[in-house]
Design a protein around this ligand. Structure first.
Ligand code: SAM
Length: 463
């Protein structure tokens, strides 16, 4: 190579190179990124956002900018202020965890129910933008889990459809979307009279079995740490009197029920706090969360995107051919997480037959690990074929997936360095169905107790 790089050798050249940050080189001066924009994939998505969105769109829907000229973005406003009301005894480690995540997760209604394997919400907002989705268009999540894509799309004015095999996910996703507009006066009354409300739901749900499980490794970490020394209160008598006025309205009822199931699931795992106290604390937090986002949205409610959450099967989507403008999903990597076991209390409450549901759950079918892997690949082939069928030409299907090559190497009996990661398997399936890889990004998984260190963002384009 010619010696053109020697510009760095002169003091002036060196000074000039060092005088400008990478961010200043990437973005025009009137765009101020959010704090904590510190991962490569985030910088990349932020860069694409700055190229694809105009200033007005960045203010309304940008994921990675705090300020455009003098105007604070809506994402910044949504995430500012107290991130989440943590119990007083929370560790400083947990408090700092939430503070550093302030612009990434936990804002709007995303934090309402701890769900393992949940998407990183800010990334979803960035992806919706980078996939070129605009308000009024439709995005689909065929495996919606806790509904992260639907909530983000709704906030951005994008229409969305979510499908999940689990009826509990359908309920949870819908309740979290509805929480963006749930009437708050009856919720305040329920917080005030939380004891009869708790008794009402306990009458419906039966008694949580205290301390029967003590394992809980979700990213919320210490907040839900089990304390086997905790005391469990005497049983209370069944419901009398019902709910405060307005709480029977479906949106409010679902909101309260979600808080109840959240607290009951927790009480089942831990005896740190008596179930009623747990319910009261969680309901107070839910009210805080809904109140905070509703203040930000005040006056713009009509701009929210319509969101539909359905119970169904990603292998046969209830959607017409070429009818959607984007797809985002994260398949279960169920060698790592047994979603049914995690949600067994809530599914039991809903009267779901777990053994039947297990047959529909991708990743859980099969006896040996090898059989599970083969069924998983065959199921994912069908899912990807469905995605290709419903997506419009030229549009993007984004799959976010982690891979654990050491585990796969044992299952497939191939050395770890030769094993095809799940990301590669899915890319090949995409190719087969006319979804070609347009861009692949990778990100580190930063949760507190994850077995997978990296995940991939595969952006596949419909030919
Ligand atoms: C990794 S989770 C998705 C989490 C989601 N991205 C979120 O933000 O909460 C995978 C989901 O796939 C669902 N699932 C498993 N088999 C399915 C099937 N056949 N059809 C639809 N959903 C299925 C599981 O219930 C689980 O919620």
């Amino acid at each position: 190579m010619a010696a053109t790089t020697s510009v760095a050798a002169s003091a002036a050249g060196l000074g000039e190179i060092l005088s400008q940050s990478l961010q200043a080189r990437l973005f025009p001066p009137h765009l101020e990124p959010v704090p904590e924009l510190n991962e490569l994939y985030e910088l990349e998505l932020a860069f694409y956002e700055s190229q694809i969105l105009n200033d007005e769109e960045l203010i309304r829907n940008g994921a990675y900018f705090a300020r455009v000229g003098e105007v604070l973005t809506r994402h910044f406003l949504m995430c500012s202020g107290e991130p989440v009301r943590l119990p007083q005894h929370s560790s400083s480690r947990l408090k700092s965890f939430f503070q550093t995540k302030q612009f990434k997760t936990g804002y709007a209604t995303h934090g309402l129910f701890p769900y393992r394997g949940k998407f990183h919400p800010q990334m979803i907002k960035g992806l919706i933008n980078v996939m070129g989705l605009k308000p009024g268009e439709t995005v689909v999540d065929p495996m919606m889990g806790s509904g992260t894509v639907l909530i983000e799309a709704c906030l951005m004015g994008v229409r969305s459809v979510g499908v999940d095999a689990s009826p509990f996910c359908r309920f949870m996703g819908q309740a979290k979307i509805d929480a963006l507009r749930v009437p708050l006066a009856p919720v305040r009354a329920a917080v005030k009279h939380s004891e009869p409300v708790f008794e009402y739901f306990r009458g419906l749900a039966g008694h949580p079995k205290p301390g029967s499980k003590t394992r809980f490794e979700d990213y919320v970490g210490d907040l839900f740490a089990a304390d086997p020394q905790g005391e469990h209160p005497a049983r209370r008598s069944p419901p009398k009197g019902g709910l405060p006025a307005g709480c029977e309205a479906p949106l409010v009822h679902s909101f309260l029920l979600l808080a109840y199931l959240d607290s009951a699931g927790y009480s089942e795992r831990s005896t740190r706090r008596p179930p009623y106290e747990q319910f009261h604390a969680i309901l107070e937090r839910y009210l805080f969360v809904a109140d905070k986002i509703q203040r930000i949205l005040a006056g713009t409610e009509s701009e929210l995107g319509e969101a539909k959450s359905l119970e169904g099967d990603a292998r046969s989507l209830p959607l017409d051919d070429s009818s959607v403008d984007g797809i985002i999903f994260s398949p279960p990597y169920s060698f790592a997480i047994d979603y049914l076991e995690n949600d067994s209390f809530h599914l039991g409450f809903m009267g779901v037959d777990l053994s039947q549901l297990r047959q529909r759950m991708i990743g859980l079918r099969g006896r040996t690990l090898r059989e599970k892997f083969d069924l998983y690949t065959a199921d994912m082939d069908q899912v990807i074929a469905e995605c290709a069928r419903v997506l419009r030409t030229g549009r993007i299907c984004t799959i976010v997936v982690g891979t654990n090559n050491n585990q796969l190497s044992k299952i497939l009996d191939v050395p770890p360095e030769e094993v095809p990661g799940i990301d590669e398997v899915l890319t090949q399936l995409g190719d087969r169905h006319g979804l070609g890889l347009a861009r692949k990004l990778s990100r580190q998984i930063t949760g507190m107790a994850n077995t997978m260190r990296n995940e991939f963002i595969l952006m596949l384009q419909r030919a």
